[in-house]
Design a protein around this ligand. Structure first.
Ligand SMILES: NC(=O)c1ccc[n+]([C@@H]2O[C@H](COP(=O)([O-])OP(=O)(O)OC[C@H]3O[C@@H](n4cnc5c(N)ncnc54)[C@H](O)[C@@H]3O)[C@@H](O)[C@H]2O)c1
Length: 252
């Protein structure tokens, strides 16, 4: 049995992951942490200051973190200090935080970090890369939509799209929305929509003369991210310390 603890246990993703872990025949939900104590699916949820105690008592094999960036940096430090494997889905890290995370993990624990754990989005990223390779001279617009409670913008998935476009096309200016006199140049347009309960939509438009190609992905249920996180938790157990991505897990 793989023993799982979830940071952000009472959140939208934490709850979905907790449910799927209890349904998985090869996994045991040993506890969680959130801002306030409580319980989920029969396991205890400690407050953020109790994570050390949870680790000492329950000895999880993997900590899955879906919280907020500042909290995740702290949780990753704690897990690395105790040699516990990590699956990190939290987004919104600054470049400095991301560098600190990589340094914390190096040589200590294996960690899968991804801005999107859905299998479909990982394939979508490959399609975006392929399209960018061939359509670098087309106008490119990135659009993403999420529920009204999402804290960071643009989404981590959109930032990964922008990184892929940068790798294929070189760094281009990114223009976030347009207003007034806004003549198009050689930029990449980025557009963020927030509303209702949208789980997560992403699209990349490549617009040329007389034709457009749009590559898009739409998530209908958080279970696609949670299932990917469980897949990553199974994969990461026993791996050599270091930072891995979902494309390692999926062998893309
Ligand atoms: N990688 C992916 O596939 C993926 C998919 C969906 C969401 N996300 C990201 O996961 C994160 C969580 O998303 P969500 O929709 O579940 O948000 P949410 O706000 O519903 O849940 C976050 C939870 O973290 C808790 N939290 C905050 N500080 C904490 C701390 N110090 N210790 C423990 N818990 C703490 C909050 O109280 C909350 O319950 C966000 O960064 C989001 O962008 C990633």
């Amino acid at each position: 049995m793989i023993k799982i603890a979830v940071c952000g246990a009472l959140g939208r993703m934490g709850t979905t992951i907790g449910r799927l872990v209890t349904e998985a025949p090869d996994m045991e939900l040993v506890g969680g942490a959130d801002l306030k104590p409580g319980n989920f699916f029969g396991a205890e949820v400690v407050d953020a200051s109790g994570i050390e105690g949870l680790i000492a008592e329950k000895r999880p094999d993997v900590i899955i973190d879906f919280t907020v960036a500042d909290a995740a940096v702290e949780n990753i430090r704690t897990a690395a200090r105790h040699g516990i494997s990590l699956v990190v889905g939290t987004t919104g890290f600054t470049p400095e935080q991301r560098a600190e995370i990589d340094a914390t993990i190096a040589g200590r624990v294996p960690a899968v970090i991804s801005s999107n754990f859905s299998v479909g989005v990982n394939i979508f990223w490959e399609l975006v890369r392929e399209a960018a390779r061939h359509l670098g001279d087309y106008d490119i617009e990135v659009t993403e939509a999420h529920h009204r409670y999402k804290k960071d913008a643009p989404s981590g998935t959109a930032k990964t799209i922008l990184r892929i476009l940068g790798e294929e096309l070189g760094e281009k200016q990114q223009v976030y929305g347009r207003e007034g006199m806004a003549e198009r140049g050689d930029e990449i347009g980025v557009h963020v929509i927030r509303g209702g309960d949208i789980v997560g939509d992403h699209a990349v438009l490549f617009a040329g003369n007389f034709e457009c190609i749009e590559v898009s992905h739409r998530a209908y249920d958080r279970a696609v991210f949670a299932n990917g996180a469980l897949k990553a938790a199974r994969w990461v157990t026993g791996k050599t310390p270091g930072v891995y991505s979902m494309s390692d897990v999926l062998d893309l």
